[in-house]
Design a protein around this ligand. Sequence first.
Ligand code: ADP
Ligand code: MG
Length: 182
Amino acid sequence: MRELSLHILDLAQNSLTAGASRLDILVAIDHGRDEIVITLSDNGKGMTPDFVQRVVSPFTTTRTTRKVGLGIPMFKANAELTGGSFAIESEPGLGTTLKAVFVLSSIDRPPLGDLAATMISLVVSNPAFHFHLDYSVDGTSFVFDTKEIMGVLDGVPLDTPEVVSWMGEYLKEGMEALHGGA
Ligand SMILES: Nc1ncnc2c1ncn2[C@@H]1O[C@H](COP(=O)(O)OP(=O)(O)O)[C@@H](O)[C@H]1O
Ligand SMILES: [Mg+2]
């Protein structure tokens, strides 16, 4: 994956498939610590410890009838390539949390990409789903929460064109503001 946003888009798909009703996405950029931390936490069906092992290292497992994908291993590998780390916590019936730390200044770190467009594409494809994004730069957060927006809209669906373009601007401006207009 050439961009971190595309990892987020791909991994969010896992949460949707796992029957989650809520996904929390945290993107924390910290220049002092020289890292960008990405956390995805859902309330989907979760995985057993055995299954987590297989998912994290698909190449070490014997081939089964079930295809094991590469979304999680690629996310993990990309984080570790920068000198960062990856962790997964999952509990059957409760949900799953993935946490990857990327070293900000590493030449191997993929760019963030268009996170606003990623969020919009997730929301438009799943307008009733509860997405919660917390994007922070050096401790200051911008929060985008679809349940909160739904409450304000009072029945107008999130995939209404006017709402979509408003959300796009809101996301873009909210995140850009944290970078001091740069
Ligand atoms: N958030 C999640 N909740 C429950 N199961 C998950 C989650 N993420 C991944 N999985 C399980 O791990 C498998 C591997 O995920 P992934 O590496 O993204 O590859 P793929 O999605 O192509 O199968 C998924 O097929 C699914 O069974
Ligand atoms: Mg996947």
